[in-house]
Design a protein around this ligand. Structure first.
Ligand SMILES: [Mn+2]
Length: 330
């Protein structure tokens, strides 16, 4: 059974000694990022710290979109001058927080994360690669600091966990501790059924059409071991960025027999692509390592990178790397 490591006393001290803080998360935030940010903010507030939420966005995912008004897109200059403690959640490298990295230069950063990629740049961190979500790390902070977890906070923690485990589908064996923590959250008043409906509900017709369009044009390579989906500018105009069917696309393609890697090319700008990468459960390919070659980040099975270059060039580079990886592992 896995046991969460103790939160370093340095981390607890930094939180206790703070008077003002900024909680930041990665660009293109997901449910774990947003709910971890909010849970961290509430923790700080309960300890008497003035805590602000900042995220560069975009808040494209439907299940987190309504939280956008809680987040500032920039670090206020006056706030910066007060030397706030920066709490960075759900990522451990500065490039993952976008332009906000420049806005917090020189400030002390405390990292809370469960990603294994990227080099640790600060000793002020609570990084647990085995944790299924950053929100569970935050739960450990609540316990270590003896701050009450209310029903509302338990809901944030559960939502983060549900997001990163595909509502428990990605859990492996001998990880009973995650179920124990979930049981605690449920007994604090969280309804898994409500969370599931919030996570999975609200699909628009446009998102289903967008998904259909992407699926019809998927490129299959290496006998179906690699699948590549690519959106066009026209798709974005037609269906809207808020209807990007990211999770369902991965779920559909990872469900195909023999598939090991799925790539999703998303348009950011002319010759700027955000490439989402997923590896199947049975594959030994580490997409986190592939993403880090392009200054991206993530985990073994889920990662992404923002890459500058023409589509053909990026595709060629990625296909070459994945071809190598598939050859060494077959
Ligand atoms: Mn996460």
């Amino acid at each position: 059974m896995f046991v969460y490591p103790e939160v370093p006393s340095k981390v607890l001290e930094a939180i206790r000694n703070a008077t003002v803080a900024i909680v930041v998360g990665h660009v293109g935030p997901d449910g774990d990022c947003i709910h971890s940010q909010i849970a961290a903010q509430k923790l700080l507030q309960k300890l008497g710290v003035e805590a602000h939420l900042v995220n560069a966005g975009p808040f494209a995912r439907k299940e987190i979109k309504h939280y956008e008004p809680l987040f500032a897109p920039h670090v206020d200059k006056q706030l910066y001058e007060r030397s706030p403690l920066v709490v960075m959640v759900d990522c451990s490298t500065l490039d993952r927080i976008g332009y906000i990295a420049e806005e917090i230069e020189g400030l002390t950063i405390l990292t809370v994360d469960h990603h294994s990629s990227g080099t640790q740049f600060s000793d002020l961190s609570y990084i647990v690669p085995k944790s299924y979500s950053t929100s569970l790390n935050i739960m450990q902070l609540y316990k270590a600091l003896e701050v009450e977890i209310t029903t509302e906070i338990a809901g944030h923690i559960f939502f983060g966990l549900a997001t990163d485990t595909g509502f428990l589908k990605f859990l492996g064996p001998y990880r009973g501790e995650t179920f124990c923590l979930m049981a605690e959250l449920v007994d604090l008043g969280v309804s898994p059924n409500d969370i599931f409906n919030r996570m999975e509900g609200g699909n628009t017709f446009e998102s289903q059409l967008f998904l259909a369009k992407l699926l019809l044009q998927v490129k299959s390579m290496f006998d179906g071991r690699l699948m590549i989906a690519t959106e066009t500018k026209n798709d974005l105009q037609l269906y809207g960025i808020e209807n990007r069917p990211t999770d369902s696309l991965y779920a559909h393609l990872l469900g195909v027999d023999d598939v090991e890697v799925v790539l999703y090319f998303k348009i950011v700008d002319k010759d700027v692509w955000e490439v989402g990468m997923r590896a199947s459960h049975s594959s030994v390919i580490d997409v986190g390592a592939i993403a880090s070659k392009f200054d991206g980040g993530g985990h073994r099975r889920a990662a992404g990178a923002t890459i500058v270059g023409t589509y053909d060039h990026i595709l060629k580079q990625l296909v070459t790397i994945i071809d190598e990886a598939l050859k060494t592992n077959s």
